[in-house]
Each structure stands twice: as C-alpha cells, then as structure tokens.
Design a protein around this ligand. Structure first.
Ligand SMILES: [Zn+2]
Length: 134
C-alpha cells in the first residue's frame, strides 16, 4: 500500500503541476474498493482503509511541498515535466524545444505558480483589496 500511495501521489502532484492546478482537493473514498476490503477482517476494515487514505493524503501534501524538484524539471512554456529537460545549468524541453538557464526557468515556474495561487485566493475573496495592492 505504501508503494502504491507513493506512485499515486507522485502522479497526482505531477498532473497538478502539468495542468497548472494550484489546489488539490481530496475526498475520502474509504471503503470504495469492496473486493479488496472484503478480504480484511470486518473489525479492521475502517482502520485499514482510512489509514491508507491518510497516508495517501500525507504523501500528496509532502510531494506538493517538495515541488521545487519538479520546478526545475518543468518547462516554463508548455509545462512538460521530465528529468531529461534539465542538464546541469541548462534547461531544454524535450517536447517544445524551449531553452533557457535552468535556474531562470525554475524561477519563472515559481513566479507563475505564485501568481496562479494569488489569483485563486483573490477570486475566492481570500485576499482583500488592501492586501492585493501591497
Ligand atoms: Zn516545453
């Protein structure tokens, strides 16, 4: 389960970055896999599946926070993520061919995400006019 959660959380965070998603919402679907759940003794079912869900949630949070690793691997132009995009100080996208200094590309990604996040907060009324002008 730990291995599955690692892979699933990695893909979720990768998908979110690639698609410019600034907020990841999780719904607890504990108990949805009845065929798997039925193999677990009844008294352990809730604990087992909710534990797995909490682990997935914490992995997603952790991977979303360690995002700078992806920041340096993400193309600032097309959002393609690959380790191969970066070679030491140079960034070159394997999909669109965009080239730049690797740190500059990473910094531009952080700037875009900060703007997106700020826009999301503003559009939900979480930042007041005073704060947005600061
Ligand atoms: Zn690209």
């Amino acid at each position: 389960m730990r291995d599955v959660n690692h892979r699933v959380s990695k893909e979720i965070v990768k998908f979110a970055i690639k698609n410019g998603v600034s907020t990841i919402g999780l719904e607890d679907l504990t108990g949805i896999r009845e065929s798997t759940i039925s193999k677990i003794p009844k008294k352990n079912r809730y604990n087992y599946s909710s534990w797995a869900f909490r682990q997935l949630q914490s992995f997603i949070e952790y991977k979303a926070r360690e995002d700078p690793a992806y920041t340096s691997q993400t193309c600032n132009r097309c959002n393609h993520i690959s380790k191969n995009n970066r070679s030491r100080l140079n960034f070159k996208c394997g999909i669109c061919g965009y080239e730049n200094n690797a740190d500059l590309n990473g910094a531009m990604n952080i700037e875009h995400r900060t703007r997106d996040f700020r826009y999301t907060l503003e559009s939900h009324g979480c930042l007041s006019a005073t704060q947005t002008n600061a």
